[in-house]
Write a protein that binds this ligand. Structure first.
Ligand code: NAI
Ligand code: PYR
Ligand code: MG
Length: 569
């Protein structure tokens, strides 16, 4: 994080700095390396500190791209891009934007998961703000250490590291999910990186391996009790909203109980959303709407099984239920089209469960004649597929390979175009691979996955695999909220985001994906932001007028990875 002695002059659109010489080169926001002009080199005291030839950003990118490609592994590529990010922010984002297909899986899922697991070993430099539950009085000074003032922050992404992707509790290493999400925000959504803050809320870790590891960089104690936790979250929200009154607060990868409790507590109090609950719900709805288009069966006639009834799974259920209500079903009819499966099988009313799962529990008499798996302690996914004959199967369980061949073959026996979405991340945790699903359904499955997969050729048709990942929603969601100067994130804004994503694809052609391609993420995010800003106005939360020019305003608000003048003052 770069602070003074640098400031952005909004009127003249240039950086102004009192720094000179190596201090300029050490500041990733100012640094242009070999692209500093002769005049900048003179005025900033850089003569002799960099080789004499002046390169263009494109020439630098070509070199940086070769260096990226030369790395021996994905983790090495992640370290390579992190170090570029630390050296030269504009070049990092230009490379990301130009090669999004290749860089997104490195900066984001799946490789970000490995980088988080290896955090205390691969650590080179800090990035973001580390807030410790053991020092709640320092929350304010730590946030202020970002060097940003009340009008300077659009967005803060925070995690407590408890439920990183599907790989669980990684403590302080979770900072890399906040950093990774923000990189996607900038590359895909054009959020100005200088106006964002990645945060980790270090409340301890319950992973013994980390507590025992002498290299571990976080607080070396177990996660704190709920009262201490809630008080710390309150300190964070109170401080962040007071210091940065216009910022969106994005919550990422919290455990299911905390995720839901925090969202319930703050969603009507400030401009905030939980990405795993709401962003995932919206991208899933987009994928299902695309699948519905290709299947030709209207949404409200589908039967949906959600395998993994946690943070993401119930977020997915909530938005599907609301969409079915909008399609004409009563709340009860809509809810009854969704079957949710947790660790002990189908959610039924005779089981102990979490509050937020409760609305989806099936009555005991409804499943009275179904076979129960004694080892599991309930009704298995296989039995559910047998009984319900679902038309849509969604995986948010973090259980790699859970969608087995017999299960998928049984599903496909009773439905022409099964919609199957293994959404778990990272890649090894996908409930099935697209190649398997297309093989077992003889090319009939409509598939999208949480992590990226290469196209699959089956009987000479090439199937493009869309990425059902909240990355297709959160950049545009926050951008739309920022442009609209929204005071909150409403359900209407999420639904608008889902429809905007679905409208970006025609899923009816043979082999067409259910979601737009990653390389078009910037256009998709602009479309999402436009729809979200309009929805904010409809829902009465926009503080600015949203007119016919909103798409132009959204595009104009998107930060571009170009060098700006750096002026010595
Ligand atoms: N594609 C996307 O955009 C997103 C994908 N995800 C993925 O979804 C997965 C789950 O994440 P969260 O919801 O945050 O975790 P979570 O822990 O809140 O939920 C997991 C759920 O799966 C259930 N489960 C675990 N083992 C099971 C088993 N053997 N059988 C049936 N159910 C089982 C658990 O009971 C729990 O309800 C992760 O892999 C994550 O990467 C999460 C958010 C977004
Ligand atoms: C994509 C995402 O947010 C997750 O897997 O947790
Ligand atoms: Mg997540």
């Amino acid at each position: 994080m770069n602070t003074q002695p640098v400031s952005w002059n909004r009127d003249l659109e240039r950086w102004e700095t009192t720094a000179r010489g190596r201090a300029v080169l050490a500041n990733s926001r100012l640094n242009k390396g070999t692209a500093f002009t002769e005049e900048e080199r003179q005025s900033l005291g850089l003569i002799g500190l960099i080789p004499p030839r002046v390169l263009t950003l494109e020439q630098q990118m070509s070199r940086a791209y070769s260096q990226f490609l030369a790395q021996p592994s994905d983790l090495a590529k992640n370290v390579n891009l992190t170090s570029l990010h630390d050296r030269n922010e504009v070049l990092f984002y230009r490379l990301m934007c130009e090669h999004l297909d290749e860089t997104l899986p490195i900066v984001y899922t799946p490789t970000v998961g490995t980088a988080i697991q290896r955090y205390s070993y691969e650590y080179r430099r800090p990035r973001g703000i580390y807030l410790s539950v053991d020092a709640p009085k320092e929350v304010e000074s730590s946030l202020l250490a970002s060097g940003l003032g009340p009008d300077d922050v659009d967005l803060i992404v925070a995690t407590d590291g408890e439920a990183i992707l599907g790989i669980g509790d990684w403590g302080v290493g979770g900072i890399n999910i906040s950093v990774g999400k923000l990189a996607v925000y900038t590359a895909a959504g054009g959020i100005d990186p200088s106006r964002t803050i990645p945060v980790v809320l270090d409340v301890g870790t319950n992973r013994q391996e980390l507590l025992d590891d002498p290299h571990y960089l976080g607080n070396r104690h177990p996660r704190v009790d709920q009262d201490t936790y809630d008080a710390f979250i309150e300190t964070y929200v109170e401080t962040a909203t007071r210091l940065y009154p216009n910022a969106v607060l994005h919550w990422e990868d919290f455990g299911p109980d905390n995720a839901r409790r925090i969202l319930g507590r703050y969603r009507n109090r400030c401009l905030t959303f939980n990405d795993d609950v709401q962003g995932t719900g919206a991208v899933n709805l987009a994928a299902v709407l695309s699948g519905v288009q290709a299947s030709g069966t209207p949404l409200h006639e589908h039967r949906v099984v959600i395998f993994g009834a946690g943070t993401a799974g119930i977020g997915v259920a909530d938005q599907l239920r609301d969409a079915m209500k909008s399609a004409g079903l009563t709340p009860d009819e809509a809810t009854r089209r969704l079957w949710c499966v947790a660790r002990h099988g189908l959610l039924t009313q005779d089981m102990a469960m979490r509050d937020f799962q409760d609305p989806y529990a099936r009555a005991a008499d409804e499943v009275a004649g179904w076979s129960r798996d004694t080892d599991l302690g309930g009704i298995s996914l296989a039995e559910l597929v047998h009984q319900v004959k679902p038309t849509v199967l969604i995986g948010t369980s973090g259980q790699g390979g859970a969608f087995t061949e017999p299960l998928i073959r049984e599903m496909a026996a009773s439905v022409d175009r099964p919609i199957i979405l293994p959404m778990s991340n990272p890649t090894p945790l996908a409930e099935a691979t697209p190649a398997q699903l297309l093989e077992w359904t003889d090319g009939r499955a409509l598939v999208a996955t949480g992590s990226p997969f290469a196209p699959v050729t089956h009987r000479s048709t090439v199937y493009q695999i869309g990425q059902a990942n909240n990355a297709f929603v959160f950049p545009g969601l926050s951008l739309g909220a920022i442009v609209a100067q929204a005071t909150g994130i409403t359900d209407g804004m999420l639904t608008a985001a889902a429809h905007a994503v679905a409208e970006q694809v025609d899923s009816t052609a043979p082999g067409a994906p259910l979601l737009p391609p990653t390389r078009q993420l910037r256009q998709t995010s602009a479309a999402v932001a436009t729809a979200v800003a309009r929805a904010a106005a409809r829902d009465g939360v926009a503080r600015t007028t949203i007119g016919d020019d909103i798409n132009t305003r959204v595009r104009a608000a998107m930060w571009q990875p170009n060098y700006r003048p750096v002026v010595a003052i």
